[in-house]
Design a protein around this ligand. Structure first.
Ligand code: HEM
Length: 408
């Protein structure tokens, strides 16, 4: 395949094609070159992978490493507008999303038991209670209300805090710090300060759990003698961050998307049996966790190109999930579609550990919201909703909503 002109300044992120569509430059690239050379802001060349098949193959191939200490271009530091690092970032103990087998396998294995479909099913009723309580509180407020603050963020925060054994009273701190950590265009020092604060809080927490274990996931982990406090802290950081930010953004952006597609919303209200499929479709359509980085540890052929050893590879899950070669009429939101097979939870050894939990939260969250608020509507024009194009996880900063009556 002939080489394209590399993308000149990092990744196009501006949602110029609409709030739910990939940036137009990304779509053009996927159509012309699903595996495309890319020029990073520091001037070195890497690859951008946007086609569904190529992304899926890449994520299943462990020759593409997730380690942060191999190359010099890394998430989250090497993002548009950020200074280019000259040194690889150090590996953080316990952060197994940034590890390769066998180190990754060792830590992930300690957690799989806690996240099985069966264990998650047992939590279902409890999660439904948490959602209902939050909806009761929402119903007591006088609209307009910011749905992010009043519903989408509290639900997954409450769930993950309870599961891990993190005191919910401490949410202000970790919600502010994790949001700052995910911001794209802030100074590295600020990002590191947020990371440091969250780390200090969690280090103290896991030390306490080790001394006085309770009935929660972090206490169970703390019972493993072969895990250091640093590793426990890293695992707690990953679970807490991954466990609330992603799902919160799905609940708020998903609600926005449904309100902007009244036909789809009406279909879902009419037939609640569509809900599990609609959740998969919203996951596909919105792909809130979009950009991931890998690093080639060998020369690998992908989509007719040779990715040479040492290259940094950026994948766009959003672009892959909107690939018309995989999903018919991929740019449309269709709650009746068979969207399973989407890559929004990743693929391969790092496939999302919390996906069953996230599905349960989303089914309960969207289901409850639509049932209890039959007249839910945006309280501002759609183009005034602030989009998170400046964050590493997409969504909306606020979602002002209104309603005229609630149902029991
Ligand atoms: C991994 C997305 C919810 C925990 C991932 C990955 C994606 C993802 C794309 C793969 C990362 C990679 O390949 O580098 C999402 C989305 C969610 C969600 C879109 C919500 C809608 C959750 C929840 C948890 C969680 C609720 C709860 C603890 C994790 C963990 C990993 C992960 C621990 C790392 C797995 C590994 O490296 O083996 N997630 N996630 N996620 N997710 Fe999620």
């Amino acid at each position: 395949m002939s080489r394209t002109v590399p993308v000149p300044h990092g990744l196009p992120m501006e949602r110029d094609a609409g709030p739910f569509d990939p940036p137009s430059r990304i779509t053009e690239l996927r159509e012309a070159h699903p595996v495309s050379p890319m020029l990073f802001p520091d001037g070195h060349e890497g690859w951008l992978v946007t086609g569904y098949d190529a992304v899926r193959r890449l994520m299943a191939d462990t020759r593409f490493s997730s380690r942060q200490d191999l190359g010099v271009v890394h998430v989250p530091y090497e993002t548009p507008g950020m200074p280019a690092p000259t040194e690889p970032s150090p590996q953080m103990p316990g952060l197994f999303i940034s590890m390769d087998p066998p180190d990754h396998t060792r830590l992930r294995r300690m957690l799989t038991g806690a996240f099985t479909v069966k264990r998650m099913k047992q939590l279902e009723e409890h999660i439904a209670d948490i959602v209902e309580r939050q909806l009761d509180e929402l119903a007591r407020l006088a609209p307009p209300v910011d749905l992010v603050k009043a519903f989408a963020l509290p639900v997954p925060s409450l769930v993950i805090c309870e599961l891990l054994g993190v005191p919910y009273e401490d949410r202000e701190d970790f919600q502010v710090n994790s949001a700052r950590f995910l911001e794209r265009d802030i100074a590295l020092e600020e990002k590191m300060a947020a990371f440091g604060a969250m780390n200090a809080f969690l280090a103290e927490l896991v030390t306490r759990k080790r001394a006085e274990p309770a009935e929660d996931l972090l206490s169970d982990l703390a019972r493993h003698d072969d895990l250091s406090v640093e590793e426990l802290t890293g695992i707690a950081f990953l679970l807490l961050l991954a466990g609330h930010e992603t799902t919160a953004n799905m609940l708020s952006l998903g609600t926005f998307a449904l309100l902007e597609h009244p036909g789809q919303l009406a279909a879902l209200r009419e037939d609640p049996e569509l809900l599990p499929g609609a959740v998969e479709e919203l996951m596909r359509y919105l792909s809130v966790a979009d950009i991931f980085y890998r690093y080639a540890t060998e020369d690998v052929e992908l989509g007719g190109e040779t990715i040479t050893k040492g290259s940094t590879v950026v994948v766009s899950l959003l672009a892959a999930n909107h690939d018309p070669l995989r999903f018919e009429d991929a740019g449309a939101l269709d709650v009746r579609r068979q969207a399973r097979g989407h890559l929004s939870f990743g693929h391969g050894v790092h496939q999302c550990l919390g996906q069953q939990l996230a599905r349960i939260e989303m089914r309960a969250g969207f289901g409850g919201l639509l049932r209890r608020f039959p007249t839910l509507a945006l309280a501002v024009p759609a183009d005034e909703v602030r989009l998170k194009s400046d964050m590493n996880i997409y969504g909306v900063h606020e979602l002002p909503v209104t309603w005229t009556g609630t149902a029991g």
